[in-house]
Ligand binder design. Structure first.
Ligand code: PLP
Length: 373
């Protein structure tokens, strides 16, 4: 099997899985119980959290365990905008879990930043539109469709000038995959999903600066500061911390390895006139984990199923919208081309992929263009 759909989800790492099993077996008590078993479970939780924060270099943040990044994005955005007046700034290429919640906040004005042809947001547009009434800027780190890296460092500097404004960064495709050229401490709200970094599904994180006020949007007990009440699955929390502890320090090493795989694939398809490479692989602000391509006369779905016959797995556009047959908005904004945005496929790597797997992929892609499936 050649699995190249790692931006959709990754296979769980063995060590992370071991952590999951050990904690699930041995620390089953409720972390809020007063008795010894509960206290042991709670100690385990606090220790894991502390280790994760230390790994990420976070000094003043706390961590909220939630079910996935979709929930983390919703809680972050709703939590800092509830009861507020003013405006929100986001981009026109965010993941639906950001875009849809922002669209549903009817009490605040929303401005969506333009995207340049290169797939990054227009920073001048941010400068021109942020103002003293902006309560939130929400921008993703690495784009999940094309792999373009958004200018978070510059965004931090701009947002810092507006004390009322909070910054949210959807780090799902960036964390453990792109070396951060900025300090996580400068971001008020950071979100990610564990299953994208070789951990289990069903858990994600909202890392938030303890000094900011986050309103409750889910009601229940006062677990997790009342922000996400309900009994925690300690094993999922500890495996999240384990995944960060193991893979965050490997970010550069794995990036370099993936870059090599990426270059191999690009070099072996770029001279094929039937293949259009959408990702701007020649830019410094490109993350090599994702390659977006289109073979304009073949539907993305057809390519996915053709490759499947060779036990190769990629996806059309984004995983969550791949069944919708909608034109992909990021690609459309980059290319202004309806056909390309309807036929795109996404190849996404992990450090477990090999050059020989990439070779097989390229052979199949070049073959399908000959056959004109
Ligand atoms: N944000 C980005 C950039 C993503 O790529 C994804 C998933 O693909 C999400 C958020 C949502 O993650 P999840 O499906 O784990 O909720």
């Amino acid at each position: 099997m050649i699995y190249l759909d790692n931006a959709a989800t990754t296979k769980i790492d063995e060590e992370v899985f071991d952590t999951y099993l050990k904690v699930q077996r041995n620390f089953f008590a409720n972390t809020t119980s007063l008795h010894k078993l509960g206290q042991e479970a709670n100690f385990m939780l606090e220790k894991s959290k502390k280790d994760m924060m230390k790994t990420l270099g976070l000094k003043n943040h706390d961590c909220l365990f939630v079910s996935n990044a979709t929930e983390a994005n919703n809680l972050a955005i709703l939590g800092v905008t509830k009861y507020k007046s003013g405006n929100i700034i986001t981009s026109s290429i965010e993941h639906p879990s950001v875009e849809a919640i922002v669209d549903n906040i009817k009490t605040l004005d929303t401005y969506k930043l333009k995207t340049l042809e290169s797939g990054i947001i227009d920073i001048e547009d941010l400068k021109a539109n942020i103002n003293k009434d902006t309560v939130l800027v929400s921008i993703m780190w690495v784009n999940n469709i094309v792999g373009m890296v958004q200018p978070i460092k510059e965004i931090i500097e701009i947002v810092k000038k507006y004390p009322k404004c909070k910054l949210h960064v959807d780090a799902v495709q960036g964390i453990c995959k792109q070396v951060n050229d900025f300090d996580f401490n400068d971001i008020d709200l950071i979100t990610f999903s564990t299953h994208k970094i070789y951990g289990p599904k069903g858990v994600g994180c909202l890392l938030y600066n303890k000094n900011i006020l986050i309103e409750r949007v889910i009601y229940g007990s006062f677990g997790q500061n009342g922000l996400k009440p309900g009994t925690l699955d300690l094993a999922l929390c500890c495996s999240t911390c384990k995944a960060i502890k193991k893979f965050y320090p490997l970010t550069k090493q794995n990036y370099d390895y993936i870059k090599n795989l990426n270059e191999y694939v690009i070099n072996n398809i770029k001279n094929n006139p039937a293949i259009h490479i959408i990702s701007r692989y020649d830019k410094s602000y490109y993350n090599p984990y994702i390659i977006s391509i289109s073979i304009p006369n073949i539907k993305g779905e057809t390519i996915v199923h053709y490759l499947e016959k060779y036990d190769i797995y990629v996806s059309t556009g984004a995983s969550c919208s791949s069944k919708l047959q909608k034109r992909e908005k990021t690609i459309y904004q980059m290319t202004n081309n309806e056909t390309i945005s309807l036929t795109a496929i996404r190849i996404s790597f992990s450090h477990t992929n090999t050059i020989s797997e990439c070779q097989k992929l390229c052979e199949c892609l070049n073959e399908i263009t000959k056959e004109g499936k």
